[in-house]
Write a protein that binds this ligand. Structure first.
Ligand code: NAD
Ligand code: UDP
Length: 315
C-alpha cells in the first residue's frame, strides 16, 4: 500500500510511519514540524520506501501521487500549545483536515482522523462511551483544540456520507512513550524529565484529577487495527485504567529511582479548563477491532524512561 501520514514527524505519527514500513508499505510523511521533531524520523534516512515532505497541511498540498490510506495526525496536541497557537490549531483541524479528506476522496483511499478524548470536554459520565456527546466549553481555554477536533469529526462524517469517502475516526486518550517531546508540557514526559534531574515533580492542583495513560505501542496497534478494518467509528482508543495524577508522579519516581519530591502547585493560567476525570470505555474497540491495550503503566514507563535516559539531551 501507499500511505500518507500527516503529522508523521510527531510522537505518535513517527511510530505509525515505522509500523507501516515494517510491514512493507510505502510511506509519505507530511509535517510542518511546528511541534514534531526531525530526529523522530532520522533513523529512516536511506530507507527507499519512505519520503518526508515538509509542508503545512493548511496550505494547498503538492502533488504527492495516489494513496491507498491517508492518516491525519497533524495537530499540536499539548495543552501548553492551546494558549500559544490557537488559530493555527483551528486552521489545522478545519482547513488542513479538509485538504486531506479531499485527497483521500480523489484517491478513493481510506481516511483515518486522529481525534481525541478532548471532544468529551470535562465529562460528567465515566467512563466515556462514544455515544456521550461530551461537555465542551466552546469559548474556554481548551476550545481551540476541542472544537477543532469536533469540527474535524463533523467534516469527516460528512465526507463519509455525502462524498462516499471511506472514513474512520479514532478518539485517542492520553498516550505516552518514546519520542514524546521532552519539554512540551504534557504530564508523563514532564514528570520523567523532572525525575531524571532529581527536581520536584510539579503536580497541578491537588493531583486528584485522573487520566488513563496508554503506551504508544498499544495505541499504534489500535490505530493499525482501525485502519485495516471497515469500522468507521468514532472509536475510543486508550487505556481504561484511570489513575490520579499524583499516583502517576509516584510511579515515575519509583521507575526512575529518583530522589525527587512531589510539589503541589496551583494550576498554571494557560491550563484553565483542566478536565477532572478522563477514562475511556473501550468496548467498541474490543468488539469491532479485537483490540485492547496490553502494556501496563510500570512496563510502559520503564521503556519510556530508558528512551529519555539514552536518547534525549536533557539539562
Ligand atoms: P505531536 O505534536 O508530537 O504530533 C503532531 C504532529 O503534527 C507534529 O509533528 C506537528 O509538527 C504536526 N503538525 C501540526 N500542525 C501541522 C500542520 N498544519 N501541517 C503539518 N503538520 C502539522 O503530537 P502527538 O501526541 O503525536 O499527536 C498526534 C495526533 O494525535 C494529534 O492530532 C493529536 O491531536 C492526537 N492525539 C494525541 C494524544 C496524545 O496523548 N498524544 C491524545 C489525543 C489525540
Ligand atoms: N499536569 C500536572 N503537572 C504537569 C503537567 C500536567 O499535574 O507538569 C496535569 C494536568 O494538569 C492534567 C494532567 O496532568 O490534569 C494531564 O495533563 P496533560 O497535559 O498531559 O494532558 P491533558 O489530559 O490535560 O490534555
Amino acid at each position: 500500500m501507499r500511505v500518507l501520514i500527516a503529522g508523521g514527524g510527531g510522537f505518535i505519527g513517527s511510530h505509525l510511519v515505522d509500523r507501516f514500513l515494517d510491514r512493507g508499505d510505502a510511506v509519505v510523511a507530511v509535517d510542518s514540524f511546528v511541534t514534531g521533531r526531525r530526529q523522530n524520523l532520522e533513523h529512516l534516512s536511506g530507507q527507499d520506501r519512505f519520503w518526508l515532505v515538509e509542508h503545512d497541511v493548511t496550505l494547498e498540498l503538492p502533488d504527492l501521487g495516489r494513496f491507498d490510506v491517508v492518516l491525519n495526525l497533524a495537530s499540536p496536541a499539548s495543552p501548553d500549545d492551546f494558549a500559544t497557537m490557537p488559530i493555527e490549531i483551528l486552521e489545522t483541524g478545519s482547513v488542513g483536515n479538509r485538504r486531506l479528506l479531499d485527497l483521500a476522496t480523489a484517491c478513493e483511499a481510506r481516511f483515518l482522523l486522529a481525534s481525541t478524548s478532548e471532544v468529551y470536554g470535562d465529562p460528567q459520565i465515566h467512563p466515556q462511551r462514544e455515544d456521550y456527546p461530551g461537555r465542551v466549553d466552546p469559548i474556554g481555554p481548551r476550545s481551540c483544540y476541542d472544537e477543532a477536533k469536533r469540527f474535524a469529526e463533523a467534516t469527516t462524517v460528512a465526507y463519509g456520507i455525502h462524498r462516499g469517502t471511506d472514513v474512520a475516526i479514532a478518539r485517542i486518550f492520553n498516550t505516552y512513550g518514546e519520542r514524546m517531546s521532552p519539554f512540551d508540557g504534557r504530564v508523563v514526559n514532564t514528570f520523567i524529565v523532572q525525575a531524571l534531574a532529581n527536581l520536584p515533580l510539579t503536580v497541578h492542583g491537588d493531583g486528584r484529577q485522573t487520566r488513563s495513560f496508554c503506551y504508544v505501542d498499544d495505541l499504534v496497534d489500535g490505530l493499525m487495527a482501525l485502519c485495516d478494518s471497515d469500522c468507521r467509528g468514532p472509536v475510543n482508543i486508550g487505556e481504561p485504567t484511570e489513575i490520579p495524577v499524583t499516583e502517576l508522579a509516584e510511579r515515575v519516581i519509583e521507575v526512575t529511582g529518583s530522589s525527587s519530591a512531589v510539589s503541589y502547585m496551583s494550576l498554571p493560567d494557560q491550563r484553565g479548563g483542566d478536565p477532572q476525570r478522563r477514562c475511556p470505555d473501550i468496548e467498541m474497540a474490543r468488539l469491532a477491532l479485537g483490540w485492547e491495550p496490553k502494556v501496563g503503566l510500570v512496563e510502559g514507563l520503564t521503556a519510556t524512561v530508558d528512551y529519555f535516559r539514552g536518547v534525549e539531551r536533557l539539562p
